[in-house]
Design a protein around this ligand. Structure first.
Ligand code: F6P
Length: 354
């Protein structure tokens, strides 16, 4: 067998751990030849395709490395036109690939699904710091991002406390508030604002004013997809040739300006940005990524294609790509963490009863 492996979309900690596990599992169990595709789907769209061999030597020592040794792209769209799709399918034939393991987020899964409909045999591996892939209760990369944001919140708190300021920390996560919610709780944020719960500015300002009287400082953790009640998303930029062109970002600064008009304390905003995606994966993410990589290899060897590796109720499994493509897993409004946050007095930006 010859199996291709690519990483698509934004990078995240743990990608190399998956590449290593897929490769080792396939080499050891079926002596497959494993071909790494460079720069995600861009490598398969190129003529000639950009590849490199994945073997014992090339995957040795990469478990703990951040990023992806294969490179990635969140612009490449193999479904952009019939000609581009045909180039990809021709390249797969020329490379002699029996199947492709695509490690990526919801965008990559949607593209993989589209290619599967054109006859490509694909196994998807869910990755994203956003933790928003349907069918997967925990994607690798998320734990590392939460740890990074938590540490940032702790650091922000001591400086906010010293100056008696309102400190806003903006996290990534797109339209899902998982990072802001879990890191906000772990980092003792006083206010957590999520894309799933539109916030009321007066409610947030009232919390800050109340704390001005007693604790003197307030820490607000806001997901980049959060928006005020009746207001709009804050868009940082549009990437014209990307399959998902909207890049969120900037709500922290917007909130900063709005709160400053209502408060005596100084207000400051910090955007954590790509620091959340970089660096070494946590031990948890290394283990999860290793399990996902091995599971993908098992699916390939069992001939179960056009499926994505899943984690549901702590159990590894798989789901049809068709069932996850073009969807996002946001925080349900009845999620126990929202309830726990409210019950311990964290403001979620709405005026929900205690
Ligand atoms: O999906 C992962 C993610 O980091 C999001 O949280 C964020 O909105 C987006 O990617 C940023 O994309 P880019 O790297 O293109 O700026």
């Amino acid at each position: 067998m010859r199996i291709g492996v690519l990483t698509g979309g934004g990078d995240c900690p743990g990608l190399n751990a998956v590449i290593r596990a897929v490769t080792k599992s396939l080499l050891r169990q079926c002596e497959a030849e494993v071909i790494g595709i460079e720069d995600g789907f861009a490598g398969l769209m190129a003529s000639p395709p950009r590849t490199r061999a994945l073997n014992w030597r090339s995957v040795s020592g990469i478990l703990m490395l951040g990023g992806t040794i294969l490179g990635t792209s969140n612009r490449a769209n193999p479904l952009a036109s019939e000609a581009v799709t045909q180039t990809v399918l021709d390249n797969v034939r020329v490379l002699g690939l029996d199947a492709l393991v695509a490690i990526g987020g919801d965008g990559t899964m949607a593209l993989a699904h589209g290619l599967a409909q054109r006859g490509l045999r694909v196994v998807g591996v869910p990755k994203t710091i956003d933790n928003d892939i349907v069918g997967c209760e925990r994607s690798f990369g998320f734990d590392t991002a939460v740890a990074t944001v938590t540490e940032a919140l702790e650091r922000i708190q001591t400086t906010g406390q010293s100056h008696g300021r309102v400190m806003i920390v903006e996290t990534m996560g797109r339209h899902a508030g998982w990072i802001a919610l879990e890191a906000g709780l772990a980092g003792a944020a006083d206010v957590i604002l999520l894309p799933e719960v539109d916030y009321d500015l007066d409610t947030v300002a009232a919390v800050c004013r109340e704390r001005e009287q007693h604790q003197r400082f307030t820490v607000i953790c806001v997901g980049e997809g959060a928006k005020p009640q009746g207001g709009a998303l804050t868009v940082a930029q549009r990437v014209a040739d990307s399959p998902d062109p909207v890049r969120l970002g900037g709500v922290g600064q917007v909130l900063c300006a709005q709160l400053q008009q209502r408060l005596h304390s100084e207000v400051r905003a910090t955007v954590l940005g790509h620091v959340q995606r970089g660096g070494a994966p946590t031990a948890f993410d290394r283990v999860l990524a290793t399990q996902f990589g091995n599971q993908a290899a098992q699916l390939v060897m069992a001939g179960q294609f056009n499926r994505m590796v899943t984690l549901q109720q702590g159990q590894l499994g798989s789901v049809a790509l068709a069932d996850v493509a073009h969807q996002q897993r946001t925080v349900p409004l009845d999620h126990p963490l929202l309830q726990a946050a409210r019950q311990i007095g964290v403001c979620l930006g709405d005026s929900a009863p205690k």
